[in-house]
Design a protein around this ligand. Structure first.
Ligand SMILES: [Zn+2]
Ligand SMILES: [Zn+2]
Length: 346
């Protein structure tokens, strides 16, 4: 095997990234080395690329970015027993401590002491990535690499949508970035009777329609509350999945919720948000649910089972590019004219 690989690296504090040639990492006793077949760009990668406030406070360059991938194991560490060369895998990007209360009670996705591949430690926008064996997920070959690499964000959507019974219920997806688009598809295959897709970007609303949304609302042109109340006979929706992180969108979404409804919160707001707790939450009996990551690995089981059977997410993939085209890829993401962009390192 060759000794050097290309990798997309955040070299120093500030905007941008660069492709470098670096040593192929050596797996430790409980790691494996994976040859990356496909990787996808996440909003997190864009934050790091743009070097916003969050990235500046979190990222310690140099680090190889990227955390959504699929590939084949090419080498296993000396202590690895259950994984083998040739296994087709994806990775859970949260490397959890295994020792805290949450880890020891089946809630590792909210571990108190975790690091993230592609954020805190070297990630997968490279020809090879080193991954701890506990972070591996075995893929079925029936799922192609460009779909298998998306299980991380599809998992976010599954966790947000599938945590309550939505059969025959009405759902609103507030924000049609890729997680929102996946959430539209998940809500439909799980039997939601009506799925409202909300975004100010018409390009993304069109993809939402292909994913099965029954109504599109662009708040720049339409009154969100009026549209939803008209379509639900004044009842409001049962579930809101808030993925926009936009303050006004969140406040409006709360008002569209049915009494006793639930809002899954995934979008990260830039600033603190003030809620009318008394009127919009307490007196309506609303449940606010923070969603971070995916349950490890129960959400993975659900996600891969859905992808193997009823859930088709291919419409969300709008661009396929070589790793070397990363500047173009991030430019397209900055413009918002895309669903998911897949990068091929080879
Ligand atoms: Zn991601
Ligand atoms: Zn932990």
């Amino acid at each position: 095997m060759k000794r050097k690989m290309k990798a997309l690296i955040k070299e120093k504090a500030g905007p941008g990234a660069a492709i470098i040639h670096m040593d192929i990492p050596e797996p430790g006793p409980h790691d494996v080395l994976i040859k990356v077949l496909a990787a996808s760009i996440c909003g997190t990668d864009l934050h790091i690329y743009n070097w916003d406030k969050w990235a500046a406070s979190r990222i310690k360059p140099p680090v190889v970015i990227g955390h959504e991938m699929s590939g084949n194991i090419v080498k296993v560490g000396s202590g690895v027993k259950t994984w083998h060369e040739g296994d087709y895998v994806s990775l859970e990007c949260h490397k959890t401590c295994g020792q805290c209360y949450q880890c020891r009670t089946g809630q590792a996705h909210i571990c108190r002491d975790y690091s993230i591949l592609g954020v805190d430690i070297d990630g997968c926008f490279a020809e090879y990535v080193r991954v701890p064996e506990t972070n591996l997920w075995k893929n079925d070959r029936i799922i192609p690499p460009e779909i298998a690499c998306l299980q991380d964000p599809v998992g976010n959507a599954v966790m947000a949508v599938a945590s309550v019974d939505i059969t025959g219920k009405t759902v609103m997806i507030a924000g049609c970035g890729s997680i929102g688009l996946f959430a539209v598809g998940v809500a439909r295959v799980l039997g939601a009777s009506k799925v409202y897709a909300v975004d100010i970007n018409d390009y993304r609303l069109k993809i939402a329609q292909k994913m099965g949304s029954t109504s599109s609302i662009n708040p720049l042109r339409q009154n969100l509350l009026e549209e939803v109340m008209l379509g639900t006979r004044g009842e409001g929706v049962d579930l809101v999945v808030e993925v926009s992180g936009n303050e006004q969108c969140l406040l409006d979404a709360l008002k569209t919720l049915k009494h006793g409804g639930r809002i899954a919160l995934l979008g990260i707001p830039q600033e603190k948000i003030y809620l009318d707790l008394a009127n919009d939450v307490i007196f309506k009996g609303i449940i606010l649910a923070g969603i971070t990551g995916r349950e490890i690995f129960s959400t993975w089981y659900k996600t891969s089972a859905l992808l193997k059977s009823v859930l088709d997410i291919s419409q969300v993939i709008t661009h396929r590019m070589r790793l070397e085209q990363y500047e173009e890829a991030f430019r397209i993401m900055q413009l918002g004219e895309c669903g998911k962009i897949i990068l091929y390192p080879d």
